[in-house]
Write a protein that binds this ligand. Structure first.
Ligand SMILES: C[S@@+](CC[C@H](N)C(=O)[O-])C[C@H]1O[C@@H](n2cnc3c(N)ncnc32)[C@H](O)[C@@H]1O
Length: 205
């Protein structure tokens, strides 16, 4: 099964609230975004946003330029249905982050929770980095949540790359400077412990 088929299948079965990564609100992400971005018009992209409530929460916090990108049409359909009329205030992109065309130097903040860690092959990581580097403005912020070293080796049944702050910094390269990190224990709806690592990195000017 290819990557897109995997994710379409994931979102075709069961309810969103039962997915392993589900949280009612991505509170750490939201808190960090609010700290980092005081401009309500700052373009923010949530890469692999799935059906999370981050887009809703960002709109409610006053942000007016929110983009959600995901490989799964079903995930985007689910979130749009949930948001109803508010969905019209968000820009939606259906695409694979390793190949989708994004605008140059456009976003002030790039958010990714539990997406980059699925890229276990250096060539895929390189493609992600190229898109990140192109689309994020100089000085822009990257908030990225991956599984930490002590987390399970798989997520959603797929092998993942686990990270320490140093390993993530090394993988993203010198263009990005690590500003802050924290670990956070996530318990899946079925009771499995998954330690996440959240990092804030800033793109060099
Ligand atoms: C583990 S879920 C996390 C969803 C959301 N970020 C959250 O924290 O609730 C991973 C999401 O990334 C999407 N995804 C996986 N690989 C992707 C890729 N290469 N490009 C874009 N989206 C991808 C999946 O469809 C899924 O919605």
């Amino acid at each position: 099964m290819n990557r897109k088929d995997h994710w379409e299948h994931v979102y075709s079965t069961g309810t969103i609230e039962k997915l392993g990564w589900y949280e009612p609100h991505l509170q750490t992400s939201l808190d960090w975004i609010k700290e980092l971005s005081s401009d309500a018009d700052a373009p923010i992209i949530d890469v692999g946003g799935g059906a999370s409530t981050l887009a809703d929460d960002l709109l409610h916090a006053g942000y007016r330029s929110v983009t959600v990108l995901d490989i799964s049409a079903r995930a985007l359909k689910a979130i749009k249905t949930r948001m109803g009329k508010e969905a019209e205030l968000v820009t939606w992109i259906e695409g694979d982050i390793t190949s989708v065309e994004l605008p140059t130097n456009h976003y002030e903040l790039w958010h990714d929770r539990a997406v980059f860690h699925f890229l276990t092959i250096p060539e895929q990581q390189q493609k992600y980095r190229e898109n990140l580097s192109k689309a994020l403005k100089p000085d822009g912020s990257l908030i990225i949540g991956t599984f930490a070293l002590e987390a399970p080796p798989k997520c959603s049944g797929l092998p993942i790359q686990r990270y320490s702050p140093k390993r993530l910094g090394d993988t993203l390269g010198r263009e990005f400077v690590l500003k802050r990190h924290r670990k956070e224990l996530h318990i899946t709806p079925s009771g499995v412990e998954q330690m996440y690592l959240y990092c804030h990195l800033q793109k060099n000017t």
